[in-house]
Design a protein. Structure first.
Length: 238
């Protein structure tokens, strides 16, 4: 049976200070994210006939293939594992401040400017009630969009299982669960959201965007892609 494991962070637990404190990362990564992985593996043990894919992105993308008896647990905990794994790679101690490359051009094209995009992203994050995530995604039509999802749902999940959310390939994510900011920011959610921009790894986001474009082109040409995140060809998005 496939057992999922937590990848090491690309930076030290205190490297994102002062915008994300060491204590927050220790609890968020070391406790909350780890618990999602443990619970995901426990759920999969209850359906030994199901062969879970190597990549968590593929698992959530093909959630409709998961046995119904464990599907809700996999949706919650598989989503928690993928979302957090993706989120950690959105961050860097050396934030570039603004988008780069083709992603920067696409943001200008689809939102009018980086400032307009940032305003829309912050509004989506602030207006989302309760636990969830804010996303920048690439939609099927090739345009970028901002959306939010509840709990541990993500835009990669199939519409047949998770209706009512915007679907597409994640480019950037922000965790809106209170455990991601409350130790440091308490009820100052707006300050947490604004601090996010100081940590965004736009070079990583550009790489993810390029993979998303390549995957979309491959599908348009009828080519079979090995993974929803192009794992076999270009490296997994997480």
């Amino acid at each position: 049976m496939k057992k999922y494991e937590q990848k090491p962070l690309r930076y030290a637990v205190d490297a994102l200070e002062p915008h994300m404190q060491k204590c927050t990362i220790e609890f968020h990564y070391g406790k909350h994210h780890a618990a999602y992985i443990a619970n995901l593996n426990a759920a999969l043990e209850k359906a030994p006939e199901f062969e879970a894919p190597e990549c968590p992105a593929r698992l959530v993308h093909h959630l409709h293939h998961v046995p119904e008896a464990i599907r809700t647990a996999v949706r919650n905990n598989g989503g928690g594992h993928f979302n957090h794994s993706f989120f950690w790679k959105c961050l860097t101690p050396n934030g570039q401040g603004a988008p780069v490359g083709e992603l920067a051009k696409a943001i200008d094209r689809d939102f009018g400017s980086f400032d307009a995009f940032r305003e829309k992203f912050e509004a989506a994050a602030m207006s989302h009630f309760g636990a969830g995530w804010a996303w920048l995604i690439l939609k099927k039509d090739g345009k970028l969009a901002v959306c939010s999802t509840p709990n541990q749902d993500c835009p990669l999940m199939p519409e047949s299982v998770v209706p009512g959310i915007e679907h597409g390939r994640p480019i950037l994510a922000l965790d809106l669960w209170e455990h991601s900011f409350y130790l440091q920011y308490q009820n100052r959610k707006a300050d947490y959201i604004k601090s996010f921009w100081k940590l965004v790894d736009w070079e990583q986001a550009e790489k993810v965007y390029q993979k998303a474009l390549a995957h979309r082109l491959a599908k348009a040409e009828g080519k079979k892609d090995g993974c929803c995140c192009s794992q076999e060809k270009q490296g997994c998005m997480i």
